[in-house]
Design a protein around this ligand. Structure first.
Ligand code: E4P
Length: 217
């Protein structure tokens, strides 16, 4: 499973990229607002750091507007992935932009039929929102499983990008369910390393090593 960082924070992306952990980045208007940076400059900077897909979301609501914005964003760098909402107009924009060779991430997906339409429209990525489904008392992970089954039934090439990931358990479940990508907030990505027995074991090894009075260097 590929890891994308779900953030527009350049410092966080830099650190994760330096460890070779990132296959891509996703942003959305809320994350850009939170970062406080200029949208297009931020996307350009991220694209220089990460060779993989970098999602930049359109804000127009009509297909023509989305297509114009998408073409403009795609000129920033060859790895820009234009993010469009899962609306009728968004699907039109998806079809046009992918036909021009631009990668498209169809976002705000909340059911399997929406995902089917996105794949039929040639989407490069579909973004089912796990956490927001959990928020309203549904099981977000079930949606990943359903989309996986449908895409596999018909050999759709659209990649399932598990989004709205909130917990380390979401990451594990998305991997088990066969998501192609998880886009993960940096704090959650870093939390994947944690286990209390790792900390306890390290504490014991450190204490026992001190008893030997030896040094490696
Ligand atoms: C990424 O593509 C999505 O916009 C993001 O994962 C949404 O996450 P949230 O539901 O925590 O805002």
């Amino acid at each position: 499973m590929k890891f994308f960082a779900d953030t527009a924070d350049l410092d966080e992306i830099r650190e994760l990229a330096s460890m070779g952990l990132l296959d891509g980045v996703t942003t959305n208007p809320s994350l850009v607002a939170k970062s406080g940076g200029d949208f297009k400059e931020t996307i350009a900077e991220i694209c220089k750091m990460i060779p993989g897909p970098v999602s930049a979301e359109v804000v127009a609501l009509d297909a023509d507007g989305m297509i114009a914005e998408g073409r403009h964003l795609a000129k920033i760098a060859s790895n820009v992935t234009v993010k469009v909402p899962l609306t009728w107009d968004g699907l039109k924009a998806c079809s046009t932009l992918t036909g021009e060779g631009t990668m498209v991430n169809v976002t705000l997906c909340f059911n399997a039929n929406q995902a089917l339409l996105a794949a039929k429209s040639g989407a490069t990525f579909i973004s089912p929102f796990i956490g927001r489904l959990d928020d309203i008392g549904l099981d977000g992970m079930e949606l990943i499983e359903e989309i996986r089954e449908i895409y596999d039934n018909y050999d759709f090439r659209t990649e399932i990008l598990a989004a709205s990931i909130r917990t380390v358990n979401h990451v594990k479940q998305a991997a088990l369910a066969g998501a192609d990508v998880s886009t993960v907030p940096p704090a959650t990505l870093k939390a994947l390393v944690k286990h209390p027995l790792t900390d306890k074991g390290l504490e014991a090894f450190t204490a026992d090593w001190a008893k030997t009075g030896q040094k490696i260097l």
